[in-house]
Design a protein around this ligand. Structure first.
Ligand code: NAD
Ligand code: IPM
Ligand code: MN
Length: 368
């Protein structure tokens, strides 16, 4: 049988820097665990625009549809600020999500013990935290029509449309309930049913899916603004949060700071199962291209490395190997190895992106 295939799209800014560390980890699994992947690399975002004049070439899109999983670094940066909206780097990523129909974006926020003091919140609020946000990723205000900037009278108007069909809500709700059954068996759905019709429909459909097929899972509903407050007040009250595209984007960045750094948060974007029973999938850190630190070897590669761990778990049925990788990250953090974003104390020298990757490799070796 041929090896599973991986398409790697490092992208822009710190994307290629953190992805270089993931490449080392992938090679390690091939050499030491008999888990070889057929890896190909291509361009996305500004890097693709520079080469092809588009943030995602059609050939790259086609390969993404064929491979077993896509791994993406980050896209965007100030160099591309003045580009026409239709060719901005972010459009490449949005096209991948939309055309692969990756409707369920899993964004875990786990506070590693060694980092409980690094969060901007008190240790007792975040220690032991293990929650996951399921963000709807292919609809809502990100894609709804009408959209655009139009002339209206003697001024312009900017329009975006929040739009959700019942089936779109239904499928992401199912993804959240399925996930909850494998964890704490609790789902909190967040919307603004008090002001938005799409929120009313969201709440109704989530409740219906629950009552018909997942009555064993504990379900609650919360307005998303209250949800944001509760996430910083007492995040451990949550297990799985399911929410729409825009609220999920914002809430997951807020959740990042519960873990110590945005540089710690991985994600998996999953679609419907393919013929082989596995979901179409794209794995990427939650963070962006971090222009302020790009090119300096300062980026934390852990979010991207943990995204590969999610690929092992969700695309390749290698939960044990994913545990192994997560344990290596845990060990390195427990040993006090820190990239600059994780430094809260005076007198501790930060390590570089590559040194962090090497430390994780050494921990993997030590665990054999
Ligand atoms: P960002 O996530 O790139 O950076 C926010 C802050 O977090 C910066 O101070 C940055 O230095 C820090 N940071 C992020 N990742 C880090 C890491 N791994 N290690 C250490 N520090 C890290 O968000 P932004 O500045 O709002 O956006 C910059 C660009 O990235 C924009 O073009 C934006 O559209 C794009 N972006 C892309 C993605 C993606 O590709 N999925 C996600 C978010 C933003
Ligand atoms: C994310 C990013 C993207 C989003 C951008 C870069 C399109 O912020 O993945 O969280 O808004 O979804
Ligand atoms: Mn975001």
């Amino acid at each position: 049988m041929s090896n599973p295939s991986l398409l790697i799209l490092p992208g822009d800014g710190i994307g290629p820097e953190v992805m270089a560390e993931v490449r080392k980890i992938i090679d390690w699994f091939g050499a030491k665990r008999g888990l070889a992947f057929d890896v190909e690399e291509d361009l996305v975002g500004g890097a693709a625009y520079d080469r092809h004049g588009t943030p995602l070439a059609d050939e790259t899109m086609a390969r993404a549809q064929e491979v077993d999983a896509v791994l993406l670094g980050a896209v965007g940066g100030p160099k591309y600020d003045d580009l026409d909206f239709s060719v901005k780097p972010e459009r490449g990523l949005l096209r991948l999500r939309k055309e692969m129909d990756l409707f369920a974006n899993l964004r875990p926020a786990v506070c590693f013990d060694a980092l409980a003091d690094f969060s901007s919140l008190k240790r007792e609020v975040v220690a032991g935290l293990d929650i996951i946000i399921v963000r709807e990723l292919t609809s809502g205000i990100y894609f709804g029509e009408p959209r655009g900037i139009f002339e209206e009278g003697n001024e312009r108007v900017g329009i975006n449309t929040q739009r959700y069909t019942e089936s779109e809500i239904d499928r992401v709700a199912r993804a959240a309930f399925e996930l909850a059954r494998k964890r704490g068996n609790k789902v909190c759905s967040m919307e603004k049913a008090n002001v938005m019709e799409s929120g009313i429909l969201w709440r109704e459909v989530v409740q219906k899916v629950h009552d018909e097929d997942y009555p064993d899972v504990e379900l609650s509903h919360m307005y998303a603004d209250n949800g944001a407050m509760q996430l910083v007040r007492n995040p451990k009250q949550f297990d799985v949060i399911v929410t729409d595209n825009l609220f999920g984007d914002i809430l997951s960045d807020a959740a990042a700071m519960l873990t110590g750094s945005l540089g710690m948060l991985p994600s998996a974007s999953l679609g419907a199962p393919m013929e082989n029973g596995r979901p179409k999938a794209l794995y990427e850190p939650v963070h962006g291209s971090a222009p302020d630190i790009a090119g300096q070897g300062k980026a934390n590669p852990i979010a991207c490395i943990l995204s590969f761990a999610m690929a092992l778990r969700y695309s390749f049925d290698q939960g044990g190997e994913a545990d192994r990788l997560e344990a290596a990250v845990n060990k390195v953090l427990a040993d006090g190895v820190r990239t600059a974003d994780l430094l809260a104390q005076e007198g501790v020298e930060p390590v570089s992106t590559a040194q962090m990757g090497d430390a994780i490799l050494a921990a993997l070796d030590a665990g054999l």
